[in-house]
Design a protein around this ligand. Structure first.
Ligand code: SAH
Length: 258
């Protein structure tokens, strides 16, 4: 640094980008991007959002698409600090909401250890927003009194114990990062006597490549294979899925078979 170096005010904004559609960013998020010196963005954030940032702002992709190991969490943490110290305002743009399986708190904690101020702007989480866009409510009077959002892929690679418990409950169960584990998860629900429970899988919710599959737990695996559903996708298990118009055709289909 030279003596003429201007004073840099380092700060970090953890910003939730929403589920994919760039118009689902909050107004506060737009304002933060407009005031960014650097934007660090993930695989699941829409690149159209970068247009809110000034032309001269530095934009860095730090995605961790599954199978790639290009950016470890440690590397992202360090980059975020380096940019904040050298350039000022870093907007850390993360898919959905930063604190729903987003490792947002790890980044907040790391920044705090350097005494860099962090602010948080929540985003629309795919866990609620993607079912909602399909007009599937996560709660509904008389049908569902609560909802669980669970990961299908835990750090240890095991199925989360919470899925076994959720399968016993009447809650709406939304599972993120669970597409690969769907056969195993469906078995857990069947073992809990839920083979006729309505189930939906949504790929790329809120985007042009959105795909929806509606069935029962019993048939969801076959239907997802048939429709070639790909990640990112989320699973919705619960009576609320019966409110979706295409569930009625699922029922009609069984009526003719049996
Ligand atoms: N913080 C994010 C979730 C990160 S985990 C949020 O709040 O939405 C990433 C997982 O979220 C994906 O594997 C997928 O299960 C789910 N997901 C994210 N965006 C999605 C979308 N547009 N459609 C369907 N699932 C999505």
């Amino acid at each position: 640094m030279t003596q003429h170096h201007k004073h840099i005010e380092s700060k970090i904004t953890l910003l939730g980008a929403g589920p994919g559609d760039p118009d689902l960013l909050t107004l506060k998020g737009v304002k933060a991007l407009q005031a960014a010196d650097v934007v660090l963005y993930d695989a699941l954030t829409n690149e159209a959002l970068l247009e809110h940032a000034p032309k001269e702002a530095i934009k860095v992709y730090v995605g961790k698409r599954s199978g790639e190991h290009s950016h470890s969490q440690d590397a992202i943490n360090r980059l975020m600090i380096d940019y904040a110290l050298n350039y000022g305002h870093v907007v850390r743009l993360k898919g959905g909401d930063p604190f729903v399986f987003g490792r947002g708190y790890e980044e907040l904690d790391f920044a705090a250890s350097y005494s860099i101020p962090v602010s948080v702007i929540p985003g629309i989480s795919s866990s609620i927003g993607v079912p909602g866009l399909q007009q599937i409510p996560v709660t509904h009077r008389g049908l569902s009194e609560s909802f669980w959002v669970i990961t299908g892929t835990t750090t240890s690679g095991q199925i989360s114990e919470d899925i076994y418990q959720a399968a016993q409950s009447n809650a709406t169960v939304v599972i993120l990062m669970g597409l690969k584990q769907l056969p195993k998860i469906a078995e857990i629900f069947k073992a809990a006597g839920k083979s006729q429970l309505p189930a939906a899988v949504v790929q790329n919710g809120s985007t042009e490549t959105e795909k929806l599959v509606v069935s029962t737990i019993e048939n969801i695996v076959a239907k997802v294979q048939e429709e070639k559903v790909e990640a990112p996708a989320l699973l919705i298990f619960g009576e609320v899925v019966s409110l979706h118009p295409s569930f009625k055709s699922v029922i009609a289909q069984y009526a003719t078979i049996s």
